[in-house]
Design a protein around this ligand. Structure first.
Ligand SMILES: Cc1cc2nc3c(=O)[nH]c(=O)nc-3n(C[C@H](O)[C@H](O)[C@H](O)COP(=O)(O)O)c2cc1C
Length: 183
């Protein structure tokens, strides 16, 4: 079973990358983890003329292949202006273009971290809407890390045991449901 794991933020010090690392650790040994950095699949803003004249950019083709090869998805994303960061929406839009829809039938677990009091929950809700349109089965439970600036210790672990437990619990659900969907 393969889980494709990526953050919706690009910066090196991203709290969502930290959260992703915690979740990947919770999954370790129980599935093959394909850890993707969106910087490794660069693509321009979606442009129908580029698509019509040149086909999908190489980054988009690679991203589609990685999604297609996975059974489940783990996405940790911030919210920008109460919604999906443009970078993440853009790569999803490119990946949704034909041939084929690599998202269809995948299982996804969504997480978000933000320095504010809402833990990127509005971004995760917006992401839920978009991925649902693409046929992804999204787990009802998510992980929202509020006050992300204080949520991680120096080694990257979650300080609050309740947050750590929620990551463990939801990752176990991702494995269970992905296995059920695959078999
Ligand atoms: C364009 C932009 C819009 C943002 N909008 C929100 C927002 O609506 N809600 C929020 O909690 N944080 C917002 N933030 C702050 C981000 O949550 C914060 O920068 C966070 O650390 C980004 O995630 P990262 O640490 O994974 O890079 C915004 C940041 C940017 C750059």
């Amino acid at each position: 079973m393969t889980i494709l794991a990526f953050a919706g933020a690009l910066r090196a010090g991203s709290f969502n990358r930290k959260l992703l690392a915690v979740a990947v650790e919770a999954l370790r040994g129980q599935a093959d983890i394909d850890l993707l950095d969106l910087r490794d699949v660069p693509m321009p803003p979606y442009d129908g003329d580029i698509e019509a004249n040149q086909g999908l950019p190489e980054g988009a083709r690679k991203f589609k292949e990685r999604i297609a090869a996975a059974d489940g998805l783990l996405i940790c994303s911030p919210e920008y202006n109460h919604s999906i960061p443009g970078t993440l929406k853009n790569v999803i839009d490119w990946a949704s273009r034909p041939p084929g829809n690599p998202f269809k039938g995948k299982v996804a677990l969504l997480m978000g971290a933000s320095p504010g009091p809402y833990g990127a929950v509005r971004g995760v809700l917006a992401l839920r809407q978009v991925l649902t349109a693409l046929g992804v089965l999204i787990l009802p439970a998510s992980v929202q890390i509020i006050r992300s600036g204080e949520a991680f210790d120096a080694s990257g672990k979650l300080v609050d045991p309740k947050n750590a437990a929620q990551v463990e619990k939801t990752c176990a659900e991702l494995l269970l449901v992905t296995r059920l969907m695959r078999d």
